[in-house]
Design a protein around this ligand. Structure first.
Ligand code: OAD
Length: 232
């Protein structure tokens, strides 16, 4: 299929599979690569259960900073295009590894959040999961006195079974899979494109080549907003 023929309107069941690069144009740093979060912070000190058990305040300082940055950023054209495509075609599913909540802010519905959300917290004591949009967070502790933990899938955590199942089901039945801004280096999410049927058309949007590039029918090299605009 020629690039010019790959238009959203030519497909019935579209799945977007997004990573941190989707929000790069909004000013939210990606995790890997130059200026990436993990080039400045050791994830073992900030994004795993052991780090939180050792020093919850330090881990919260890190996550509060992520909250403040995300709250100050605006969704970009790529987020808006995803929302527009879903509005035009409600069968469109969005699977994200992003925790920044920018897809919610443009009205994307029923997002499958594989890695949780910066804007939800889980209490250690009463195990309640609550939404909290404050940045920095209003309180790091629940009314029951225990620490909240960001409801994020940290390194070493299991992904939520239901979210993974929903993601696999969506990908198995799609006729267009578009991965946007993911380095495809974190598993099991990185493996999801393998669930697409052979007849599905697969597009990777990323300024860089990834380890998964050869699995796609088309690689669109450039920023998410520009590349998705071409498909409208
Ligand atoms: P990464 O930071 O690993 O990769 C971001 C990708 O975005 C890279 O391949 C970039 O080339 C690409 N990119 C950069 N700017 C872009 C732009 N303007 N348009 C399109 N693509 C662009 O982010 P993820 O693949 O999302 O976990 O990382 C996966 C997981 O690792 C994340 O969910 C995070 C992290 O640890 C959690 O937060 C739990």
């Amino acid at each position: 299929m020629a690039t010019t023929e790959v238009k959203f309107s030519n497909f019935k069941k579209i799945v977007f599979f997004t990573g941190a690069g989707l929000s790069a144009e909004s000013g939210i740093p990606t995790f890997r690569g130059k200026g990436g979060t993990w080039s400045q912070y050791n994830f073992e000190d900030y994004a795993c259960q052991k780090a939180f058990d050792r020093d919850p305040e330090k881990v919260w300082d890190f996550h509060d900073e992520r909250r403040v940055v995300a709250a100050e950023c605006e969704p970009n054209r790529a987020h808006q295009i995803i929302a527009e495509v879903q509005k035009m075609n409600p069968a469109t599913k969005v699977i994200t590894q992003n925790i920044d909540g920018l897809l919610d802010r443009v009205g994307v519905k029923d997002t499958i959040e594989l890695h949780g959300s910066l804007w939800r917290v889980r209490c250690y004591g009463c195990e309640m999961v609550t939404r909290d949009d404050t940045a920095p967070i209003r309180s790091r502790k629940c009314e029951c006195g225990q620490y909240f933990r960001p409801d994020i899938v940290w390194f070493g955590d299991m992904l939520d079974d239901l979210q993974m199942q929903n993601a696999r089901t969506a990908i198995r039945s799609c006729d267009l899979l578009i991965s946007v801004g993911t380095s495809a280096s974190v598993f099991p999410a990185a493996h999801l494109p393998f669930y697409a049927m052979p007849e599905a058309f697969k597009v990777e949007v990323n300024p860089e080549i990834t380890d998964m590039t050869s699995e796609y029918n088309l690689h669109l090299s450039g920023p998410a907003s520009e590349m998705l605009e071409k498909m409208l």
